[in-house]
Ligand binder design. Structure first.
Ligand SMILES: Nc1ncnc2c1ncn2[C@@H]1O[C@H](COP(=O)(O)OP(=O)(O)OP(=O)(O)O)[C@@H](O)[C@H]1O
Ligand SMILES: [Mg+2]
Length: 455
C-alpha cells in the first residue's frame, strides 16, 4: 500500500505537476485551498501533507496548525518561496517536519517525503516507547526523530527485554546514560535494581572492591566485609559507565563474571553466582582501545554483544528543534515561567551550531535562554555566548567574525546546506557514502552538490 499524500497548492499547474511526479510512490490527493484540504484530512487517512505557504487568500500556516491539531495528524512539509526561509523556520517551530523551497526540485521533494513517511512510523513508535517507559517508571525521556535515532529506538526495543549485554558507544552528551536507563526500565527487571558504577572515578583497587566486594581484612583498611555492586545488582542491571577506563586486573575479573556469571569477593575464594544484566558505556571506541593494547579483546567481545552507537547531534540536526522544544517546556516548568518561543535568530543559531557537547550542551543552552529571557521570546542574546558568534539576526548586517557561514549571515539556504554537508563530511571523516547517509541523501546527490559548489 502506498503512503497517502495530500498536496495543497492554489495553483492548479503546481498541484498537477507534483501529482504526476509523485503518484508512482504515493497515493496522491490534491486540494486548492484550506477548506477543501481540511475536508480531505478529516475523511481520509492522510499520512503526509505537502502544502504551499501561500494559498490565495488562505494561509498555509493556518492549515498547518489545523492539520497538526487533528487526532491522527499527518507529517507536514511546507513549500515556501526561495528566500523566505524565515517563514519556513516559523513553520518548523509550529510543528512542520521540514520545508522545501520553490522552484521545486522534484527529486528532492520525493526523497524528503520518503524520509517523512519513515519519520511518521518512527514517531508513533517513539510515542509508544515513551508511553511504555512512563508507565514503568518516570525517567528522562529519550527524544529523537532522525533516522539515526530511529535505529537506536529499534535496537532498544529489540534488546531491552533480553539478557544480552549491551555496549553503548558515543561522544559525551549524546544520551548514553538515558539509553541505559531506558534499557533497564524496559527490561522487566525490578525497577529499583539498577546499579550504576562510574568506572573512571575510582582507583583500580577501589574499583575492584566496589564491583566485587571484599572480605573483612582483605587489604589494609578493609575493616568490614563489603557486598560489591554486582551482588547488589543480582536480579537486576549493572551499568558500567566509562568502561574503557578500567585497569587490566579488573578487566580479568569482569571477563569472568560475564562468561561464567560468577564472582569472588576480594580476599575470598568462594564463588558467588549472580544474575546480572550488564550494560556498559564509553565515549571512546573500545575497538580502538583494543587495538592500542589497553583493553582485552576477549572482554571486548563479551561486552560487544549488542552495540548501540549514539549519533552525535551535529549529524541529526532534524532532532534539534524537537529537543529544544522539550527542554523549553521542562525548564519553563522548573523555573515557573511561561513557555516562550525561540526567535528566528535563536533558532537559526541552534540549527547551525556544531554542538561538540551534543544534547547536554543544547539542554544547558536552552536552560540559559529560559532563565535569561524577560521578553516574550527567547532571543539569540539570551543564549550562551558561544552561540552568539554562530548566527546573526535576520536583517542584522554586521557578520560576526566567528560566523561559520561564509555567505550573508541570514537564512541563506545554500549556506545552511554547505554547512550541513561540511559537518557531515567531518563526522564521516571524509567518507562520502557515510556523509550522504548522515545527510539523508543519496551518494549521487551529495557528489552533485559537491561538484556544483565545492566546499
Ligand atoms: N535523546 C535525548 N532526549 C532527551 N534528552 C537527552 C537525549 N540525549 C541526551 N539527553 C540529555 O542530555 C544530557 C546528557 O545525556 P547523558 O548523560 O545520557 O549523556 P552521555 O552520553 O552519558 O554523556 P557522557 O559521555 O558525558 O557521560 C542529559 O541531561 C540527558 O537527559
Ligand atoms: Mg554518561
Amino acid at each position: 500500500m502506498l503512503p497517502t499524500l495530500l498536496i495543497v497548492d492554489d495553483e492548479r499547474a503546481t498541484r498537477e505537476g507534483l501529482r504526476s511526479a509523485l503518484e508512482d510512490e504515493f497515493d496522491v490527493y490534491t486540494a486548492g485551498g484550506t477548506a477543501e484540504a481540511l475536508k480531505i484530512l478529516k475523511s481520509e487517512p492522510i499520512a503526509l501533507l505537502l502544502t504551499d505557504l501561500r494559498l490565495g487568500a488562505d494561509s498555509g500556516m493556518d492549515l498547518l496548525d489545523a492539520a497538526l491539531a487533528l487526532p491522527d495528524a499527518p507529517v507536514a512539509v511546507m513549500m515556501t518561496a526561495y528566500g523566505s526561509v524565515d517563514t519556513a523556520v516559523e513553520a518548523m517551530r509550529r510543528g512542520a517536519w521540514h520545508f522545501v523551497t520553490k522552484p521545486l526540485n522534484l527529486d528532492e521533494v520525493e526523497m524528503l517525503l520518503k524520509r517523512a513517511v519513515h519519520s511518521r512510523s518512527v514517531e508513533s513508535e517513539n510515542r509508544q516507547l515513551t508511553r511504555q517507559v512512563q508507565q514503568s517508571h518516570k525517567i528522562e525521556r529519550l527524544i529523537g526523530k532522525s533516522p539515526a535515532m530511529t535505529q537506536v529506538f529499534d535496537l532498544i526495543q529489540q534488546v531491552a527485554p533480553t539478557r544480552a549485554t549491551v555496549l553503548i558507544e558515543g561522544e559525551s552528551g549524546t544520551g548514553k546514560e538515558v539509553v541505559a536507563h531506558t534499557l533497564h526500565h524496559l527490561s522487566g527487571r525490578p525497577v529499583a535494581k539498577l546499579v550504576m558504577v562510574h568506572c573512571a572515578a575510582l582507583s583500580p583497587q577501589l574499583l575492584e572492591s566496589e564491583l566485587f566486594g571484599h572480605e573483612k581484612g582483605a587489604f589494609t583498611g578493609a575493616a568490614q566485609r563489603r557486598i560489591g555492586r554486582f551482588e547488589q545488582a543480582d536480579g537486576g542491571t549493572i551499568f558500567l559507565d566509562e568502561i574503557g577506563e578500567i585497569d587490566a586486573s579488573t578487566q580479568v575479573k569482569l571477563l569472568r563474571v560475564l562468561s561464567e556469571r560468577t564472582l569472588e569477593r576480594v580476599g575470598s575464594n568462594t564463588p558467588i553466582k549472580v544474575d546480572v544484566r550488564v550494560i556498559a558505556a564509553t565515549n571512546k571506541s573500545l575497538r580502538a582501545l583494543v587495538d592500542a593494547g589497553s583493553f582485552r579483546e576477549d572482554l571486548f567481545f563479551r561486552l560487544n554483544v549488542v552495540r548501540i552507537q549514539m549519533p552525535p547531534l551535529r549529524s541529526r540536526r532534524e532532532d534539534i528543534v524537537l529537543l529544544a522544544n522539550c527542554f523549553l517546556q521542562e525548564f519553563a516548568k522548573d523555573n515557573q515561567r511561561p513557555v516562550k518561543p525561540l526567535s528566528d535568530a535563536a533558532l537559526h543559531a541552534l540549527l547551525t551550531y556544531a554542538w561538540p557537547g551534543n544534547v547536554r550542551e543544547l539542554r544547558t543552552a536552552i536552560e540559559h535562554g529560559v532563565v535569561m529571557s524577560n521578553d516574550p521570546v527567547i532571543d539569540i542574546r539570551h543564549l550562551p555566548q558561544f552561540l552568539l558568534g554562530n548566527a546573526t539576526a535576520p536583517g542584522d548586517s554586521a557578520p560576526s567574525a566567528k560566523n561559520n557561514l561564509e555567505s550573508p549571515p541570514d537564512f541563506n539556504l545554500h549556506a545552511l546546506e554547505a554547512n550541513a554537508i561540511g559537518s557531515a563530511l567531518a563526522a564521516a571523516k571524509g567518507n562520502r557514502t557515510h556523509a550522504a547517509e548522515l545527510l539523508g541523501v543519496s551518494r549521487r546527490t551529495l557528489q552533485r552538490k559537491l561538484k556544483d559548489s565545492p566546499l
